[in-house]
Design a protein around this ligand. Structure first.
Ligand SMILES: [Zn+2]
Ligand SMILES: [Zn+2]
Length: 892
């Protein structure tokens, strides 16, 4: 009977290889060791028994020779059963078979036939010989409950569901009542197969036969419901249990964790302690992985303290879970500390340590751990490859993959995916084609995960056509959110936000069941922000909140930026204040939001707040803060200078070229040109184009033509290939009425074949983007738009608007100039917005580049004439035109 209990015990398969106590690597189970001297000689009657057994380190306690000697006078059956147990314990199949032969020779008639046969069945099962066990079973004239149960359990563990069920039914048909072990055995089958239908039937039978009061059966039932995803049923059953043990608590806590109900799992652990039970290594490692999953730092540390208190802190499984927990959001010292104190380490500990270093971005330390590992398996290799990808070390990932191939390691899907991801990171066409060819050669390209990774790789390696072709050819993998995400993201990155949104809508239309993951949500929210598509952004915010992924910090940051870019600064700030935590990305986004609305003073308030809270700024933060000094209500040059000089000393961020450019921009903006020149001359490196560009544009704004001319010459010499340089220089001359010079610069630009980035403006109406180029007549409502615009221009001119033809190319005849000017893209988009939105409603436009001076003046008049608020977001930020005034104060 003792054997039946052990074979029927339930095991829970781990959630992920790193988060559970159960090691997936069993060195002594992986193969049966060959042994020089076989125990089978023991039962050969005419041979001297070989009593000198060599000690076997990996096997159960060595046999004591006196044990065997003492067996002599015993009854034959007892001796045989004992030998069978020895064969099972020592994994000696030859001995087992010899005993089997002896049993057969003894023939029928013995009283203990069934007991002996059961011992045979157990022996074969323990040695993994399921077919032999079945043969021994079938020879039994009267199998009892133990015979049936042993075999049901054997089949259940091998995943032979049909046989297990069949035997269980046969047992009941033979009039044998299942005992508690039979129930556990058949429930093990339900757990393995995830068969909740059968499980529920077994539950009903257990109630009928009163076995459900047995704690082992109840635990198995709870485990079955958890594995089948019916956590509420498991909780209800657990609540009804008259008797519980630690395994019962473990089963229901695991259920909560697998259902992502982390908070309830911690509450259950609290109840468990109140009820007088101590958590064991299984409880604690489960809860630690829950703490890591749910970012419950305090809870995780409390579990660590509990482990210390109960003396479990050096348990292998708990240490492995601690490494995972501290890797997720501890300090690197915490991880190293746990690792170093471990008395025993397995491959999971080493791999956990490697993953931990990768999480902290310490790639070289992770590689060192990998090199020191006493044993490695495919999980360790995958962890290293995934770590390279996580840290954007694409080339190192590819090199590792090459080594894996050379070592002839078995190729797992996850490894291929890792290699493809590494290729996507390096964004190099050539290796991407090689890997692609390799995948096709080994016949893995139809695997959905791999195909999705391939689509992502192609879209990142400039192979958009291949990506689209792959996406189009297979209907099936379109149910994979990652494939959609890759393409949507690729469009977003390639400056095709409208294509991205169109694809997103197509996805929703095709398959409403696709669940957006964190990455897709953040991507689409980003596109909504770029387009100023606030309605869609809000819808995504709602669906994200419902699905529970809104607690992901990257998604939260994306939601915030979306609101800020769509002009809803108040909503954005309300959202920011409600976020449970902020990282430097969140803070930088908050400053950016104020900059978009040209609120320099408020951006500096955010900075003061960050200083108070002790938030460590990064290099981007400084860039933003310097830019904020351009938008303050009073001259803030001194504040900016103070910050600039303290950034290296106080915050450990050395000023780079972009910081100098921002600083020069601020000095120029406030008219401190001497200071600006002095700063440029004192720079530790040569001033690059961005610095001159910043200075040049302020020469235009502050009417400093003499300096402007010098800067323009330097800039043209430095960057003769950049069309934006010519535009800036030409704008400078135009601002001073030097049409001839301005025209010369533009001619030079055209002569070199450069074209300026085409201006485009759009507005959102009824969930669609309506986009316009200058003099665009492709819109279906073109007639209404042009008709309306002509009337509007006349109205504005009556109110005092004078078209400023300096913003038109000068080779055009004077009468044509106005025509060119009137149909700038921003004017067309504004007109469409005015036509389509209700009376008195604000009109929102986005322009991809800077608004021209004439359009800016025009919008001021439009806001007066129509009594509407016009909001234009251009490359510099928001212009809110209201009652003939712009929020930018006409200097931008
Ligand atoms: Zn314009
Ligand atoms: Zn403005």
């Amino acid at each position: 009977m003792a054997t039946a209990i052990s074979t029927a015990s339930i095991s829970f398969t781990p959630l992920s290889p790193f988060s559970r106590r159960k090691p997936t690597f069993h060195p002594h189970h992986s193969s049966l060791p060959l042994r020089p001297s076989s125990l089978s000689s023991l039962i050969q009657p005419n041979k001297t028994p070989n009593l000198s057994l060599s000690p076997l380190p990996l096997l159960p306690p060595p046999l004591d020779s006196t044990q065997i000697l003492e067996l002599g006078p015993l009854h034959d059956d007892r001796r045989l059963r004992h030998l069978l147990r020895l064969a099972a314990d020592h994994r000696d199949l030859a001995l087992g078979r010899a005993v089997h032969a002896a049993v057969a020779k003894a023939g029928d008639g013995a009283d203990d036939d069934t007991r002996l046969a059961n011992a045979l069945i157990f022996m074969y099962l323990k040695l993994g010989r399921l077919a032999d066990a079945r043969k021994a079973f079938e020879c039994l004239p009267c199998p009892d409950v133990a015979s049936f149960t042993a075999l049901v359990s054997g089949y259940a563990k091998c995943g032979c569901e049909a046989e297990a069920i069949d035997l269980f039914c046969r047992m009941r048909q033979s009039g044998i009542d299942p005992n508690e072990f039979s129930f556990v055995a058949i429930l093990t089958d339900c757990i393995r197969q995830g068969n909740s239908q059968l499980g529920a039937q077994v539950h009903a039978l257990a109630i009928k036969t009163h076995h459900c009061f047995c704690v082992h059966v109840s635990n198995a039932l709870v485990g079955m419901y958890v594995k089948c995803g019916r956590v509420d049923a498991a909780v209800q059953l657990f609540g009804d249990m008259p008797e519980r043990d630690v395994s019962s608590w473990n089963a229901v806590i695991l259920g909560m964790v697998e259902d992502c109900r982390y908070h309830e799992a911690f509450e259950l652990f609290h109840d468990m302690q109140i009820s007088g039970y101590h958590g064991d290594h299984f409880t604690l490692s489960t809860l630690l992985s829950a703490a890591a999953e749910s970012f419950a730092h305090a809870e995780g540390e409390a579990i660590h303290a509990y482990a210390l208190k109960t003396g479990l802190e050096l348990e292998l499984s708990i240490c492995n879970a601690l490494i995972g927990f501290y890797s997720k959001f501890g300090r690197v010292e915490d991880v190293v500390d746990v690792f170093q104190r471990m008395p025993v380490r397995d491959v999971i500990s080493w791999t956990g340590m490697l993953t931990g270093f990768m999480e902290f971005g310490l790639v070289d330390s992770a590689v060192e751990v990998f090199d020191q590992m006493p044993e490695r398996n495919s999980i360790s290799y995958n962890a290293l490859l995934a770590g390279f990808c996580k840290n954007s070390e694409g080339y190192r990932g590819l090199k590792l993959f090459q080594q894996i191939l050379e070592d002839g390691m078995e190729m797992a899907d996850i490894m291929l995916t890792g290699a493809i991801n590494a290729c996507a990171i390096v964004s190099d066409r050539k290796p991407s084609e090689q890997i692609h060819a390799f995948v096709i050669k080994i016949g893995c390209e139809s695997n959905h995960w791999i195909k999705t990774a391939l689509i992502d790789m192609c879209s990142k390696c400039g192979r958009m056509e291949d990506a689209q072709k792959m996406f189009g050819t297979s209907v099936h993998h379109r149910s994979f959110p990652m494939a959609w995400t890759s393409l949507i993201c690729a469009h977003a990155k390639n400056g095709q936000p409208e294509e991205a949104i169109a694809l997103f809508h197509e996805m929703l239309k095709r398959d409403g069941t696709i669940k957006m993951d964190e990455f897709m949500s953040a991507t689409v929210l980003g596109v909504c922000g770029t387009l100023g598509f606030g309605v869609l952004g809000k819808q995504i915010h709602c669906s994200v909140a419902k699905s529970g992924i809104s607690s992901d910090l990257a998604v939260e940051n994306a939601i915030f930026s979306m609101y800020a870019k769509c002009g809803d600064l108040a909503d954005a700030i309300t959202f920011f204040d409600q976020m449970p935590r902020h990282d430097i990305v969140s803070w930088n986004a908050l400053i950016t939001a104020h900059l978009l609305h040209r609120q320099g003073d408020r951006a500096l308030d955010v900075w003061a707040n960050m200083v108070d809270l002790g938030v460590k700024p990064d290099s981007i933060t400084f860039n933003l803060i310097f830019s904020a000094c351009k938008y303050t209500s009073t001259n803030s040059v001194s504040t900016c200078q103070r910050l600039f000089h303290s950034m290296g000393r106080a915050y450990d961020v050395e000023p780079a070229s972009e910081h100098y450019a921002a600083m020069v921009d601020v000095l120029g903006f406030w008219g401190s040109f001497d200071e600006a020149e002095r700063l440029i001359n004192s720079m530790p490196f040569k001033a690059d184009a961005s610095i001159w560009r910043a200075l040049l544009d302020n020469c235009r704004l502050r009417s400093n033509l003499s300096l402007g001319k010098q800067v323009a010459q330097r800039l043209l010499a430095l960057e003769p290939q950049d069309p934006s340089t010519y535009i800036l220089v030409s704008n400078l001359y135009s601002a001073f009425g030097r049409w001839h010079c301005s025209e010369k610069v533009r001619n030079e630009m055209r002569g070199k074949g450069f074209r300026k980035h085409p201006a485009r403006s759009w507005t959102i109406h009824q969930n669609a983007v309506h986009s316009f180029f200058a003099r665009d007549r492709s819109h279906p409502q073109t007639k209404d738009i042009y008709g309306g615009l002509d009337i509007l221009i006349l109205e504005c001119m009556k109110a005092g608007y004078e078209p400023d033809t300096s913003f038109v190319l000068h080779e055009v005849e004077e009468y044509q100039k106005k025509h060119f000017l009137f149909y700038h893209s921003a004017k067309l988009a504004a007109m469409y917005g005015i036509l389509m939105t209700g009376r008195g409603r604000p009109v929102r436009i986005v322009k991809n580049i800077r608004l021209c001076g004439d359009c800016h003046a025009f919008m001021n008049y439009v806001s007066t004439v129509t009594g509407r608020e016009i909001s234009v977001r251009d490359a510099t930020g928001f212009h809110n035109f209201k009652g003939g005034k712009c929020s930018c104060g006409d200097s931008w």
